[in-house]
Structures are given as structure tokens and as C-alpha cells.
Write a protein of this length. Structure first.
Length: 355
């Protein structure tokens, strides 16, 4: 892969080091010189029980081949203890870098400290650790997810009514970001809307159970914000049982916004079963997670600001940069709503239409 991103002096400290280095913000060839061995990278898959993460798992080997890295892979199945054990395995195998997506973003801190001591660079994708340093975080702006969902539902409901927010795990930065941003936006822009926050721990059965309970006590709910597609199947099932999984033209319709952009969501938008989703870029997570860990192994650093792949690198705190990838709101018609530009469900640039 010979793509380049902006070049200039870096302002970030490399993992395990305390001095700044000159930036060399360019991608390298698949091998560093003729016949050079491809670096071995450990990639821990966070789970394999959702369509989104199964798509990510599918994209990783493709990106590894494109970028010229060898893979060692594990799957922590949404368990931080398993992730910690998997990282120990990577270290014993002599990997040169690690890509992970810790679902508990606080508990991973000691492991990051250990990897820093061993000078093994870490890239986290989708999530950002609460403390400690990593070479790069690759994720989309999760607060923007909450704002986009808020603007969509608030506009569709004309600023009145009740909505249910099926939250993720609040031990995760993603769950906190999406929840806080959605609540803040509603309070500021749509004070006439009542939000019922339901913690689900990213579990579909929990989400379905809590939605069913909420609808029993508040049958006039008119909107649902699912913080991830893990809740998609259960939400549709509950609404179908209530006779409310109906097209937007029906007065009984419940407006639904999801996150992820999996193929099923796009099909459901077309069918009028749900109304919108935020397309979280599974393919780009795989590509740029490996891109940055290879750059770390090669001793490269990066500048704050726009990249050539429609994203922006920001400084989160000392020792942590984040490449915030594009994650558009997807709707049935691709129209602007609540001041937010949207992509139409059949847009061929969406990864969910190309998986």
C-alpha cells in the first residue's frame, strides 16, 4: 500500500519513550527493503457474537496481506481477563506490536503498562483506554454518534414525546460517550423529549428485556436509540409483538436509530423497519489498526489534523493520539435532517454494501 498522509513534525510521544521525534507521516511498502521479513503483529478480536465484529474479523487478514504484516490472532470474547491472557501469549510469541479493542477500557491499564515496558507498541481500535499511553487509537467520534441519533430522533418527533436509549456498557468509553452526548443533546435541543436510559452491557437479550419492560409501562414511546446493532434483532422482535414494527407512514411507527451500519441495518432501512444508523467503519478499523501498528514498528509518528482518508487525528491526552474516522448517518433518502448530512442506505461507499 503506497498511500501517503500529511507530513510534518509530530507532537506525540511514542509509546514507552519520552522524547518527540520528527514526523514521517507516510505509509511504507509491504516490506522494508528487498527480502525483508514482514513484522509479526498480534491482533486480539474483541468478540465474535455480532455481525459488526464478525465483519471486522473478516477484514483483518485482507488488510494484513495488503500492508505486508504477519498475524497472530486471538479472540477475547468480551472478557478482559481473557484479553490480558491473550496479550501474554502474544508477548511470549515475540510479536512486534499489538492491536486490540478492549471492551473494559479501565481494566486494561496494567497490561498497557507492561507492553510499554517491553517497548511493544499498541494500537486500540473502536475503544480508547481510560488511562496509560498507546501509539494510536483508531475509532470514530463516538460523541458524534449520540448527537446524530439525538438530532434525527428529536427532529422526527418534532421535539416531543418519549424515547428509549439502549445503552452499551458504561465501563466502555464508547458506551459513556454515546450516552452522555445523546443526553446532553436532548437536554439542550429537545427538552420536551423524555429519555429513558437502559443499560444493556452490549447484550442483545438484556436490551430486548428492558425494552419490553419499558414499553409495558410507557406504551407511548415513539423512538429508540440503539447504541449498537447488538440490540437490532431483539428490538424488532419486541416491536413486532407489540404491533409497532410498521412503516414510517403508520402512526404506530417507532423511529429507530442504530449504530454500526451492518448489512442487515441497511436492508431494514430500505424496508422501513428502522429509520437510520451510524455507519461505523469495520473495514477501516481493520485497515488502519494494522497501518498504524506497522508505522509504530517502523518508528514513524504522525501530525495532528486532517488525513488523506477522510479523518482527523486529534490529541486526546499526552501519549494518546486518536485517528477519528468518518462515520456517516445513514437514512432512507439521504436527506439532511436536523442540520446533519446523511448518506442514503444504498450508497456504494458504505462498507455494509460491500461486505
Amino acid at each position: 500500500m503506497n498511500r501517503r498522509i500529511l507530513v510534518s513534525l509530530a507532537v506525540v510521544t511514542t509509546l514507552g519513550a519520552s522524547s518527540s521525534m520528527a514526523a514521517c507521516n507516510r505509509d511504507s511498502p509491504a516490506a522494508d527493503g528487498a527480502g525483508a521479513a514482514a513484522p509479526v503483529v498480534g491482533v486480539d478480536y474483541p468478540r465474535s457474537d455480532t455481525d459488526f465484529w464478525n465483519s471486522y474479523i473478516k477484514y483483518v487478514p485482507r488488510s494484513a496481506q495488503e500492508l505486508g504484516v504477519q498475524l497472530k490472532t486471538t479472540n477475547s470474547q468480551n472478557d478482559v481477563a481473557t484479553l490480558i491472557s491473550n496479550v501474554q501469549t502474544f508477548v511470549s510469541q515475540g510479536v512486534k506490536g499489538v492491536v486490540m479493542a478492549p471492551q473494559d477500557t479501565a481494566a486494561i491499564a496494567p497490561t498497557l503498562q507492561q507492553l510499554a515496558t517491553k517497548k511493544v507498541p499498541v494500537v486500540t481500535i473502536d475503544t480508547r483506554p481510560d488511562t496509560e499511553s498507546v501509539y494510536m487509537v483508531v475509532r470514530a467520534d463516538n460523541r458524534a454518534y449520540g448527537v446524530k441519533a439525538c438530532q434525527f430522533l428529536g427532529t422526527k418527533l418534532a421535539g416531543k414525546g418519549k424515547v428509549v436509549m439502549l445503552q452499551g456498557d458504561l465501563a466502555s468509553i464508547n458506551g459513556r460517550d454515546r450516552t452522555e452526548a445523546f443526553n446532553d443533546c436532548m437536554k439542550k435541543n429537545f427538552p420536551g423529549i423524555t429519555v429513558f436510559g437502559e443499560v444493556t452491557d452490549w447484550k442483545g437479550d438484556v436490551a430486548a428485556s428492558k425494552l419490553q419492560t419499558r414499553l409495558a409501562s410507557d406504551p407511548d414511546v415513539k423512538g429508540v436509540y440503539m447504541e449498537s446493532s447488538f440490540a437490532l434483532s431483539g428490538t424488532k422482535q419486541v416491536l413486532r409483538q407489540k404491533g409497532r414494527l410498521v412503516p414510517p407512514s403508520d402512526p404506530k411507527h417507532v423511529f429507530i436509530v442504530s449504530n454500526d451500519g451492518i448489512p442487515e441495518e441497511l436492508k431494514d432501512i430500505k424496508a422501513g423497519l428502522i429509520d437510520a444508523t451510524v455507519s461505523q467503519p469495520a473495514d477501516q478499523y481493520a485497515k488502519y489498526g494494522l497501518f498504524y501498528v506497522k508505522a509504530a514498528i517502523d518508528g514513524k509518528t504522525f501530525q495532528l489534523g486532517p488525513t488523506d482518508h477522510d479523518s482527523t487525528i486529534i490529541k486526546v491526552r499526552d501519549g494518546v493520539l486518536e485517528d477519528q474516522l468518518s462515520a456517516p448517518l445513514v437514512t432512507a433518502d439521504g436527506a439532511t435532517i436536523g442540520g446533519e448530512k446523511t448518506a442514503k442506505y444504498d450508497d456504494t461507499s458504505l462498507w455494509g454494501n460491500n461486505s
